[in-house]
Design a protein around this ligand. Structure first.
Ligand code: CA
Length: 227
């Protein structure tokens, strides 16, 4: 008789214990996720002076991409995360976006960067089209093959209105352009860039540049703090 009386109570205890175990497991999993999501904070944010920049110059939050024209992940980032970022935050005036060259793939990275900086010097309005079209020319497979050549640069630049090819050649030799590429390398070292693309939201470097939810969280937090 006592047995019968006790059993619903026992059942309730078992259910409670089971729910408790499930909740504990969830908390542990959650903590693990946030541990692996630790982004790196710097005391300062990269200076974007002289860098190609999109958006309102007074935008309260700055997103910087450290990218390499030879890097497949940068091409992928530019085609997936970048358009969302522009639509959600740059077009609304909340974020300004700047691009800094990384030369991890050697001479071709450098040639592409020098050309891009020269176009920015000649006509900042033409820069982003060149930037996009150069990434577009990156081979889908065998991206290690040599493809950033002077011929390719002339072909792309020649198809964009507002770019003078002779001036481009001259600017690519200019000290200002060389200095701008060197300036990028200094930022790469200062912010300990290890991978491309690397994405910074103000002073925070993301662990996973493709985690757009995390990018949103960081931007929204910075927007809140700027109020
Ligand atoms: Ca630059």
């Amino acid at each position: 008789m006592t047995k019968k009386k006790n059993s619903p109570f026992k059942f309730a205890v078992i259910i409670t214990l089971f729910l408790f175990a499930v909740l504990t497991a969830l908390v542990i999993v959650n903590n693990k996720t946030s541990e692996t999501n630790t982004d790196t904070s710097f005391e300062t944010q990269p200076s974007i002076e002289g860098q190609p920049t999109l958006g309102d110059t007074d935008a309260p939050v700055t997103v910087v991409e450290f990218g390499d024209f030879k890097c497949p992940a940068c091409k992928a980032w530019g085609e997936t995360v970048f358009p969302q970022l522009i639509e959600d935050y740059v077009d609304t005036g909340d974020v300004k976006f700047a691009y800094v060259n990384v030369l991890f793939h050697g001479d071709e990275s450098k040639l592409g960067s020098v050309a891009a900086e020269a176009i920015y010097k000649q006509n900042p309005d033409s820069y982003w089209e060149f930037h996009k079209n150069l990434f577009k020319e990156q081979p889908e497979t065998d991206h290690d093959s040599a493809w950033i050549t002077m011929d390719k640069i002339n072909e792309i630049a020649g198809s964009i209105p507002g770019i003078d090819l002779k001036m481009l050649q001259e600017d690519m030799q200019s000290q200002l352009v060389i200095n701008n590429v060197n300036k990028d390398e200094i930022l790469v070292n200062e912010f300990k860039v290890q991978q491309t693309p690397s994405i910074m939201v103000n002073g925070t470097m993301l662990t996973d540049p493709f985690d757009y939810e995390q990018i949103k969280i960081l931007i929204n937090k910075e927007l809140e703090d700027s109020k």
